[in-house]
Design a protein. Structure first.
Length: 261
């Protein structure tokens, strides 16, 4: 525990740094995934709860995929350091694909509410922040049994990096708020080449770079790594990324949660 429709993805060409181009890249590679606001079926209005969740990107050079926040029972765990990544976390961390997480949320009785952001939180230092702010705010509906929050978002300019929270308490009283810092993690499922050709296409689009190669929204078996989730080592500079520009220090994200009426 830490406190701090599945889309078919294909290879895509790099798109220019325009609002329309980046939106197309995100839709094509990350998927225009819709996760229903799954307020606990069969519960009365008296037990319903609504939360305002704001995710802020604290890095200098790592855009996030649209964040997914999940309200659930204590028995559910999306990820844990030292354990192998689930298929759902692997798809988020490698490909920015929320489809498997959608399916998990829809089929799990322990998940009581889900919300997904509509745009990638982009650091203010990157040009794409003119189209995409560094914060995203969502409303999450749940009930009293869904008293815990988890959050995941891909670090777009990595092979299999993500930031997230696993099973942190939601505020209990109306107008009560809590803040959590989220660290960065390596899913341990793909080798960290730091090459544009091995990253999702929105990496180049959001950086405003045409690296001359297609990115990929599919896992590469030749890069498969049989590891476990660990704290991310950051950008080393062995590939296409300059650590001074695209690196980051933890915490990677700030998550603020407020229970609203």
């Amino acid at each position: 525990m830490t406190d701090d429709t599945t889309p078919q993805t294909t290879r895509r060409t790099v798109l220019g740094l325009t609002g329309a181009g980046i939106a197309t890249a995100l839709a094509g590679c990350l998927g225009e995934t819709t996760i229903p606001g799954q307020n606990a079926i069969g519960n009365s209005d008296q037990s319903a709860r609504t939360y305002r969740v704001t995710v802020a990107n604290l890095t200098n050079g790592q855009p996030f995929t649209p964040p997914a926040v999940v309200a659930h029972k204590a028995s559910t765990e999306l990820f844990a350091v030292g354990d192998p990544a689930s298929d759902e976390i692997q798809e988020v961390a490698e490909n920015g694909n929320l489809g498997p997480l959608t399916e998990f949320a829809e089929n799990s009785g322990d998940v009581r509410g889900v919300a997904v952001g509509g745009a990638p939180p982009v650091p203010t230092e990157l040009p794409a922040s003119a189209q995409f702010p560094y914060t995203t705010t969502l409303e999450l509906e749940t009930d009293a049994s869904g008293a815990f929050l988890s959050f995941v978002s891909m670090l777009i300019g990595t092979n299999d990096g993500f930031t997230g929270l696993d099973t942190v308490p939601l505020p209990d009283r109306v107008n009560e708020s809590r803040s959590y810092f989220a660290s960065s993690y390596d899913a341990g499922t793909e080798m960290n080449t730091e090459m544009y050709e091995d990253m999702v296409p929105p990496a180049q689009a959001l950086y405003g770079i045409d690296g001359g190669v297609d990115g990929t929204g599919m896992s590469d078996p030749d890069l498969a790594e049989d590891g476990v989730i660990m704290p991310h080592g950051g950008i080393t500079g062995d590939g296409d990324l300059d650590p001074a520009i695209y690196g980051w220090d933890d915490p990677a994200a700030l998550v603020q949660v407020e229970r609203i009426a």
